[in-house]
Design a protein. Structure first.
Length: 129
């Protein structure tokens, strides 16, 4: 992504986005696809429904603190998931964006795919023992 495009994207973001990211990672500090934790995992906050196509859900963290949009059952919508961007486990790129950051739709099945890969990784670790 070019520097100009990155700056344009930052200019469009809510001023609360960096606070939402920090608060989210404080509570959800494990990659949903790899199980990696902490700073070494290079965790990223990923939007389940992409910001490019659903900007109204940018701050939807499920608490209602920043975004008051509710689902049909009256619960606050959560549109965020934690994914690792570590070069050894780039779940953000491959699970979150299906390998293509430029694709506007992202991965509509990111939650299910992350759970699938986490299950596979955990079962592989058990077999090695």
């Amino acid at each position: 992504m070019s520097r100009e495009r990155e700056q344009q994207k930052k200019d469009l973001r809510s001023p609360l986005w960096s606070k939402v990211q920090r608060d989210w990672l404080r509570v959800h500090n494990t990659c949903a696809a790899t199980g990696r934790k902490g700073r070494g995992a290079m965790l990223e906050v990923h939007h389940i429904k992409p910001y490019a196509t659903h900007p109204e859900l940018e701050l939807a963290d499920g608490t209602g603190r920043y975004c008051k949009i509710k689902d049909k059952n009256g619960k606050y919508i959560c549109n965020l998931i934690t994914l690792s961007d570590n070069p050894k486990a780039p779940a953000h790129r491959f699970v979150g964006h299906l390998g293509d950051y430029a694709a506007p739709e992202g991965n509509p099945h990111v939650v299910e795919d992350a759970a699938f890969w986490l299950m596979r990784i955990k079962s592989r670790k058990k077999r090695r023992r």
